[in-house]
Design a protein around this ligand. Structure first.
Ligand code: PFF
Length: 449
């Protein structure tokens, strides 16, 4: 999301006028804005649905706590210590060494992610349109599936809505009106949570909802295999926006007296809670309406409109839901585009407007490719979430655990003047547990060990 990255020439180097977040709520709202998006509400349920349900959830939660939170603390402390963007930060903390390549990899990941993200955001906009025109009213579950298949198959419209979304993202990033947006999202995101809660209540009171809750919360360990475990790791990275430098940049705007540990914890908790709440709306409904939980990327678009049809005020709830989801997607996509724009302006010395439209132009071409080809869509998604982000996260923890001067991570974490009682545990995790776990899951998932 929004506040953060935003460019003023002073942000390029370590000048006294460097912007900082105004306070605790600002930081959490901003970081959570990047983290909370389609990843929670669209990607989490469909990946969970394809990977066996409850057992996936358990592994996912384990990874968020064991790997996600420590990686996020590491990225925050790198950013705050260096007071620079991700490339500059690694160049400053490890001069003459190639660690800044983590940032370059992050730029690659941002291109791939935004390419398919924009297509899904385009679908979301189409569902806003359907909601306004009440086009889904009275549809049977089977018809809902047809509608979604139509959305995917009608390439012209898909491309139109995808480009509209990209233009919106690029416009905001190029003209620097993020601060205005942030003001609204502080109100709008809690509203999204409220609507999901209302949906949850309706979903779990549907006939046959129990089966869906069982699917989500009752782990069947026979479903676990190396692919499922790698998917859970990739989903944790994707959802928390870690492993590609976004959080390093946030860290650089956090004041010294703020606690990095509790920031990372709150953001991760909020992010995970929203994903689970989305699951609680989707799976009971899917089962109640006789739909398979492994529908793939259409799951949320197929399932939720059935609930809207079954509730009083469904028209307004449906409309609000898809509008707010579009905004959640926008605040995440801004952070993705910003990674590339920061690189283009600061490393390649392009002007900001130029950088934004060049980046958005290339991303739009990639997005059109994704709209036309399901396999390109799937490949971009897989490569970014399951390969680039975990490799990025691995390098980040190795950097903090083994490369930074011995005491400096601790000094940065404790710069708020409070003793970090968790530090010894954190150090163990980033030196050993997290890198070994990421490496094992990754190599095993790719079939290399
Ligand atoms: N975390 C975002 C979501 O869950 O929708 C997606 C995302 C944003 C991934 C920014 C990576 C990133 F750097």
């Amino acid at each position: 999301m929004v506040v953060f990255l935003f460019y003023s020439p002073a942000m390029q180097n370590n000048t006294p006028s460097r912007d900082t977040f105004s306070g605790k709520f600002g930081i959490i709202a901003a970081a959570a804005g990047s983290a909370i998006g389609l990843g929670n509400i669209w990607r989490f349920p469909y990946v969970l649905g394809e990977n066996g349900g409850g057992a996936f959830l358990l592994v996912y939660l384990l990874f968020v706590i064991m790997i996600g939170v420590p990686v996020m603390i590491s990225e925050l402390l790198i950013g705050r210590k260096a007071q620079l963007n991700v490339f500059g930060a690694f160049k400053k903390l490890a001069p003459g060494k190639p660690w800044y390549l983590i940032g370059v990899m992050g730029v690659g990941a941002a291109f791939l992610i935004l390419a398919f993200y924009a297509v899904v955001a385009g679908w979301t906009l189409q569902y806003v349109y359907f909601s306004v025109t009440n086009a889904l009213d009275g549809n049977t579950p089977a018809q809902m599936i047809q509608v979604f298949e139509g959305v995917q198959a009608t390439k012209g419209w898909s491309v139109f809505w995808t480009l509209l979304f990209m233009i919106g993202t690029a416009y905001i990033v190029s003209s620097g009106i993020e601060k205005g947006i942030e003001k609204y999202t502080k109100i709008l995101m809690p509203l999204l949570v409220l609507i999901i809660l209302i949906l949850d209540v309706r979903a779990v009171t549907l006939d046959g909802a129990m089966e869906g809750l069982n699917f989500l919360f009752n782990p069947d360990f026979s479903k676990l295999n190396s692919d499922v475990i790698l998917e859970a790791l990739g989903q944790a990275f994707f959802s928390l926006s870690i492993g590609m430098g976004v959080i390093v940049t946030y860290g650089s705007y956090i004041k010294k007296n703020e606690s990095l540990g509790s920031t990372a914890l709150s953001v991760s908790l909020a992010d995970t809670l929203i994903a689970v709440l989305a699951g609680v709306a989707i799976f009971p409904a899917a089962f109640a309406f006789g739909m398979a939980p492994n529908q793939g990327p259409g799951l949320v678009f197929i399932t939720l409109p059935n609930i809207f049809n079954q509730m009083t005020g469904g028209y307004i709830f449906g409309l609000l839901f898809f509008m707010l989801l579009s905004i959640a997607a926008l605040t995440s996509s801004i952070s993705l585009l910003e990674v590339v724009v920061a690189y283009f302006t600061e490393e390649l010395k392009l002007r900001r407007k130029q950088a934004t439209w060049i980046a958005a132009g290339i991303m739009s071409l990639l997005a059109i490719l994704c709209a036309f080809s399901d396999s390109t869509f799937g490949a971009f998604d897989y490569i970014s979430s399951n390969i680039l982000l975990p490799v990025g996260g691995f390098l980040v923890v190795v950097f903090v655990g083994w490369i930074m001067e011995k005491n400096s991570p601790r000094l940065e974490i404790e710069a708020d003047g409070r003793k970090a009682r968790y530090y010894k545990g954190f150090q163990f995790v980033i030196k050993f547990l997290a890198p070994i776990a990421i490496a094992l899951v990754f190599l095993n998932g790719l079939g290399w060990i």
